[in-house]
Design a protein around this ligand. Structure first.
Ligand code: GRF
Length: 202
């Protein structure tokens, strides 16, 4: 059975691209990205999706109040019979209605080693804090900020000559590895959530 995936985006969409590519080259099997939704009209992620024949929708936040907006997203997810919802650079808080409807079926990628450096500009937070090791996290989405159970993490060393930009670039390379890996594990039914712990049956 094919796992139907929807992806929420706001911008560049390099993580979306990594997932599409992983499906196309057969690393993630029995899964398809059927729908991409952006809250920004000019998100390059929409173009990336269209290039691969994926339905790409700009949903204008200006037309709805917060919960109305999430209900529109829910309608689309239901119309497409979505099994797995991915946040990939989606810079908007997801309402509890969606989280409840898709409990344990929403993943996010965050560019820090959670629980450190939650929220915006995580790479900058880590760089300015002076950490020696940084990285990224794929986690389930719950009602908190970047707080759901952790699926995968990857670390990178912070090098003496690093700038925020070079560090961000090395973290992004790891994002493009662990997000597809987490989606593969989900699609193969190999993730088990036990409280805060996620067991991978790979
Ligand atoms: C990534 O750094 C991701 O970790 C964060 O937002 C950025 C999105 O980049 N949540 P992209 O749109 O996937 O290129």
């Amino acid at each position: 059975m094919t796992v139907k995936i929807a992806v929420l985006v706001s911008g560049r969409g390099s993580n979306l691209q990594a997932i599409i590519d992983s499906i196309e080259r057969g690393y993630i099997k029995d899964a398809a990205v059927n729908l991409v939704i952006s809250n920004k009209a000019d998100a390059y992620a929409l173009e990336r999706a269209r290039k691969h024949g994926i339905n790409a929708v700009f949903l204008d936040p200006g037309r709805f109040d917060r919960s109305g907006y999430d209900r529109e997203i829910l309608k689309l997810l239901n119309n497409y019979d979505v099994d797995l919802l991915l946040l990939a650079g989606y810079f908007r808080i997801l309402g509890s209605e969606i989280i409840e409807a898709y409990r344990d079926r929403i993943l996010n990628i965050h560019p820090s080693l959670l629980p450190a450096f939650k929220g915006l500009h995580a790479q900058r937070q880590a760089f300015e804090y002076g950490v020696k090791v940084a990285g990224c996290t794929v986690h389930y989405v719950d009602e908190g900020l970047d707080s759901g159970p952790i699926i995968l993490q990857s670390c990178v060393q912070v090098l003496p000559d690093d700038t925020e930009e070079t560090l961000t670039g090395r973290i992004l390379e790891q994002e493009h590895i662990i997000y597809p890996e987490a989606v593969r594990l989900f699609a193969e039914g190999k993730l088990k959530v036990e409280g805060r712990k996620v067991r991978s049956l790979d």
